[in-house]
Design a protein around this ligand. Structure first.
Ligand code: HEC
Length: 138
């Protein structure tokens, strides 16, 4: 029988492996379990941005939060996931038109917002982009 001392290196290796798994698992759980509403720097909006903000507040804010900072019902849009390269303006038009199947978070699906036209959705994106830029997301 190997003595406890002989086993020590093996135990150390196992310990390190367990620590690594715990750290990696914590990372993978990722945004879904992250704090779901964030503090947003609010910029001075352009006139167009202000129109977009009104549409956003009427149609999107209930879930995406004041200034797009997120709520318990929906994710923050002022988030790197929604930077223009990853979710172009068209993603917003489609989200309003067709809804979104849950894939990035654990809030469930986003229902379609049929009262929001493509034109309105583009106004909303303009607003979201202004706020994103003020928060270092572009
Ligand atoms: C009833 C709640 C709710 C409302 C209202 C809502 N959303 Fe969402 N939205 C969600 C949820 C939840 C997700 C995240 C889905 C996921 O897990 O990826 C989401 C995701 C999105 C996405 C990401 C789409 C993608 O391709 O991943 C965009 C863009 C978006 N919403 C825009 C809007 C806009 C613009 C409005 C207003 C016109 C709006 N949402 C209104 C709940 C909502």
């Amino acid at each position: 029988m190997a003595s406890f001392k002989d086993q020590l290196p093996k135990l150390a290796v196992i310990g390190v492996m367990i620590a690594a798994v715990v750290i990696v698992a914590g990372k993978i759980r990722g945004p879904g379990t992250e704090k779901t509403s964030i503090n947003v720097n609010v910029p001075t909006l352009t006139a167009l941005g202000q129109q977009g903000e009104k549409l956003f507040e009427a149609n999107c804010m209930a879930c995406h939060g004041k200034n797009g900072g997120g709520t318990k019902q929906g994710p923050p849009l002022i988030h790197r996931i929604y930077e223009p390269n990853h979710h172009g303006d068209q993603a917003f038009v489609l989200a309003a038109k067709q809804g979104v199947r849950s894939h990035h978070w654990q809030f469930g699906n986003m229902p379609a917002q049929p009262e929001v036209s493509a034109e309105d959705a583009l106004m909303i994106v303009g607003y979201v982009r202004e706020v994103q830029r003020a928060n270092g997301i572009f």
